[in-house]
Design a protein around this ligand. Structure first.
Ligand code: NIG
Ligand code: FE
Length: 419
């Protein structure tokens, strides 16, 4: 099955260098082809180039030609951090924050993650699956072409496994690549108050072996934060995960910096996520690693907390990825186009840097960089076609609006796929 995209105004982020990720100045140096074409065969990128290289004989055997006149084509966006599976929205907490309570105060009263865990315990697997699938279809329309999904609203052996089974079912059925992260250490359940280490033991000795035995996760995560899990507890959990081959992707430095980033890097973390608060040591540790810093600007937007210093991270020569953090408490949105806008408006990334962070660097944060993240021969044809526009900045500039003409998944326009 061959498809051809022709007369592409600009084909963005073409790259045959096989770099795993882009760092520092490389992020603003994406290569483009003006007036180009792209050929897709069996869901993969077969060939691309300027229209002058396309001959009449190339059209033979092509089942569909899509004229992209005036439109831009780029790699599909990748969401490397989401909590897509949850039971109910938490709009009451949203109103409580309007009336002055902080996210941390709401959590201390038994709201927050514990509120979501109570609701999830009562919900059956089928409903969790159907709701999350609907969210997945929604986010694909705003450009998400691969996604990570975490557990973490279970907080008991039974409920964590339930979430992960739902995630695995989504992974099997989803039209886009899905990676699953075990986040048993998301919060301390109330019955473990005062005996937090016992809960860490439960995660390590009861949950992890079952997660591994049933092959329910690709990665392990911990909420390394004051009032949640200390750097020492995080270290224990990550080391236990490594025994089962689970690489860390960790929530760290959301509100406080206390050495968590070093703990993650020492444990060979694939990514460190949040990083709203960073000190000099965190920068030094990251400079000597292959760990991807991941910023979640729509969480900062929704909670009115500081933004990750994305500009400083890139200017230090480091790479940066962007993700949504889609969850009912701190980020009730899975819209990566909005994340792109916030990265430009609030973190002062250029539109090119934003795209690099949402494609190639996000692919690295999910170990998908050899099959996704750039326009490269042999990579998956998960692509975005914009509406007619004059500059890449058009997409993040129109914040809150979907300026995509089409999302291509496995070489086919997504809206034409079966629901
Ligand atoms: O990434 N910070 C920890 N976990 C989630 C929020 C979870 C929630 O509030 O339900 C986050 O922001
Ligand atoms: Fe998160």
């Amino acid at each position: 099955m061959k498809r051809l995209l022709t007369n592409i105004h600009r084909l963005v982020h073409v790259d045959e260098s096989h770099r795993p990720y882009l760092k520092g100045g490389e992020m603003n140096d994406l290569k483009e082809i003006e007036n180009g074409f792209l050929e897709i065969e069996n869901g993969l990128i077969k060939r691309y180039g300027p229209m002058s290289d396309l001959h009449a004989s190339d059209i033979a055997g092509v089942s569909e030609v899509l004229n992209c006149e005036g439109k831009w084509v780029m790699p599909g966006l990748i969401d490397s951090h989401s909590h897509l599976i949850f039971a109910e929205p938490r709009a009451q907490e949203f109103e409580d924050r309007i009336h002055g309570l902080t996210y941390e105060e709401i959590a201390a009263r038994g709201g927050g993650i514990l509120n979501s865990a109570r609701k999830l315990a009562d919900m059956d697997e089928e409903r969790l699956y159907m709701d999350a699938m609907q969210r997945l279809h929604e986010v694909i329309k705003t450009g998400t072409t691969a996604i990570e999904i975490k557990s973490g609203y279970g907080l008991s052996v039974e409920a964590e496994l339930k979430m992960l089974r739902v995630a695995k079912r989504i992974k099997r059925r989803a039209p886009i690549p899905v990676k699953i992260t075990f986040l048993g250490a998301h919060a301390i359940p109330p019955e473990y108050k005062g005996k937090e280490d016992d809960y860490v033991d439960l995660v390590i000795n009861e949950m992890l072996p079952k997660v591994a035995e049933n092959e329910l996760a690709d990665y392990i995560d911990v909420f390394c934060e004051k009032g949640y899990f200390s750097a020492e507890q995080t270290d224990r959990i990550l080391k236990a995960g490594a025994e089962y081959g689970l690489r860390p992707k960790v929530h760290v430095n959301q509100f406080n910096a206390f050495g968590g980033v070093k703990t993650c890097v020492d444990n060979n973390a694939l990514s460190v996520d949040h990083l709203e608060v960073m000190n000099d040591e965190d920068f030094e540790v990251l400079k000597n690693s292959n760990c991807m810093p991941v910023a979640l600007p729509s969480c900062s937007f929704f909670l009115s907390i500081p933004y990750t210093p994305g500009r400083k991270i890139i200017d230090s020569g480091l790479p940066l990825a962007l993700a949504t953090d889609y969850n009912p408490g701190s980020t009730p949105s899975g819209n990566l186009l909005f994340v792109w806008s916030l990265a430009c408006i609030q973190m002062k990334l250029t539109p090119q840097e934003g795209l690099a962070a949402l494609t190639q660097n996000a692919a690295y944060a999910l170990e998908l960089e050899s099959s996704m993240g750039s326009i490269s021969i042999g990579k998956k044809a998960n692509l975005l076609i914009s509406e007619r526009m004059d500059s890449l900045g058009h997409l993040p500039y129109h914040f809150g609006r979907n300026s995509l003409f089409e999302v291509i998944i496995n070489g086919k326009p997504y809206c034409k796929l079966e629901p």
